[in-house]
Ligand binder design. Structure first.
Ligand code: C2E
Ligand code: CA
Length: 410
């Protein structure tokens, strides 16, 4: 098992603001939390020469208007940059390989070159040797190599728990639900993020066992929170593609809800689009029957994958979560604004509720309140937290709310 990673600082250089945001988000998902970005290679060189931030990894585009990637790489070598380098480009792979060889020949430590659009898998593979950041000191999201037996034992020992991130109505700030996000409370390593162990449970075919336990806990909490916040409070869980392949999944969910004294209408099942591309017929069967039984089905990370629109046509989604790469910074980016607004309009036309995710600051909050997006979620409202902390957060949120509604009035 690897030791917890130390914080790794990453600098992305790309003239395209959207590409910067997307790669930054992909790196965050892999556990790199200290990610800086520059739209101009000159700024990046100035930042590296200044030495204020000691950068461990530079991800550079090749095609940039003022100083192209090849020139930038030459100047990086001249500045005796000693960190890692990854090249990213929409150029043809052959040209990209030549640039990679050129960088190596100049003595730079090149991890690889990737063609846009990058998949998470390619990125993970390319960066597998680089330690990720530990994020908040107590939470690990780096690359661990957990044995399935250890994870199974952790499930039995109650070390696998849900954290909860609240969702609020954009119009009133009312608490309308929460998303359950799994964590491993590891006795030695501290809090471990889902990206580090969900794959192990999937690969070794005990993801259903894990999901069922988390669902039971989430539905039990929802019963409390319905009394505390609203009878319409909904709890959301994330669902693995492997569970969607199990045709008995809706029945198992209904049984767990019954045992917890919950209605299936209390539940939102969040699925990402990629998870629907595997066994399509079985996924559609499972999702349609979940809806028939009264649960909501939500499309996570809307807009980031291929075929979002046909999924929207074919799958009985009743919620759409607009990906945070579109929401964050939208107030200052016309293209992002257009994408969010068009997504909300589309969802409204289809009678689907929308949730803006990744609301990180007052600007994002102000922006989503100007759209007709009903629900918001993100660090600005609350970070994921243990169940016991939710009532205290809610009290605090209610005191912040009058100012937040006045400040970001619509
Ligand atoms: P997701 O469904 O996209 O969940 C949202 C992720 O974004 C969470 O990361 C959350 O902590 C983070 N987040 C929320 N608000 C903000 C924000 O304002 N800014 C930023 N930068 N990040 C924000 P987390 O908890 O590490 O979860 C990662 C992924 O793991 C989730 O992505 C979900 O796909 C998966 N996951 C979580 N719990 C489960 C589970 O029980 N089962 C399965 N199969 N997957 C799970
Ligand atoms: Ca989710």
């Amino acid at each position: 098992m690897n030791t917890p990673a130390r914080a790794t600082k990453v600098l992305i250089v790309d003239d395209e603001p959207f590409a910067l945001k997307l790669l930054s988000r992909q790196l965050n998902q892999l556990g790199f939390e200290e990610v800086f970005s520059c739209q101009r290679a000159q700024e990046a060189l100035a930042m590296l020469e200044d030495g204020g931030e000691s950068i461990d990894l530079v991800c550079s585009d090749l095609q940039m208007p003022e100083m192209d990637g090849v020139e930038f790489v030459r100047l990086l070598a001249r500045a005796r940059y000693e960190g890692n380098l990854m090249l990213v480009s929409g150029e043809n792979p052959q040209l990209l390989k030549s640039a990679e060889r050129l960088a190596s020949a100049q003595g730079l430590r090149v991890l690889g070159s990737l063609t846009k659009p990058l998949t998470q898998e390619q990125l993970r593979e390319c960066l597998s040797g680089v330690p990720q950041s530990a994020g908040k000191p107590a939470e690990h999201s780096g690359a661990f190599d957990f044995a399935p037996e250890d994870l199974k034992a952790a499930i039995s020992n109650g070390e696998i728990v849900n954290y909860y991130q609240p969702k609020v109505a954009t119009a009133t700030g009312a608490i309308v639900g929460a998303e359950a996000l799994v964590r491993w409370r590891h006795p030695r390593l501290g809090l471990i993020a889902p990206a580090c162990f969900i794959g192990v449970a999937e690969e070794h075919r005990f993801i259903d066992e894990l999901t069922h336990g988390l669902l039971k806990a989430a539905l039990a909490c929802a019963q409390e929170w319905k009394k505390l916040f609203s009878p319409h409070f909904k709890i959301a869980i994330n669902c693995s593609m492997d569970s969607l392949k199990t045709l008995q999944f809706p029945e198992a969910v209904a049984r767990i809800a019954e045992d917890a004294g919950a209605e299936l209408s209390d539940l939102v099942v969040e699925v990402t689009e990629t998870r629907l591309t595997g066994d399509r017929v079985a996924s559609l069967d499972v999702l349609t029957r979940l809806r028939l039984k009264g649960a909501s089905v939500s499309m996570d990370e809307f807009g980031t994958r291929q075929s979002s629109l046909s999924q929207l046509r074919d799958v009985p989604f009743d919620e759409l979560k607009i990906d945070r790469s579109f929401v964050q910074g939208a107030l200052r980016d016309a293209s992002q604004r257009a994408i969010v607004e068009a997504s909300v309009t589309l969802a409204n036309r289809l009678g689907i509720r929308t949730v803006a995710t990744g609301v990180e600051n007052v600007e994002d909050w102000t922006f989503v309140r100007t759209t007709r997006c009903e629900v918001a979620q993100g660090f600005f409202i609350a970070r994921p937290m243990p169940a016991d902390d939710l009532p205290r957060w809610a009290a605090d949120w209610r005191t912040r709310l009058p100012d937040l509604l006045a400040e970001a009035s619509i």
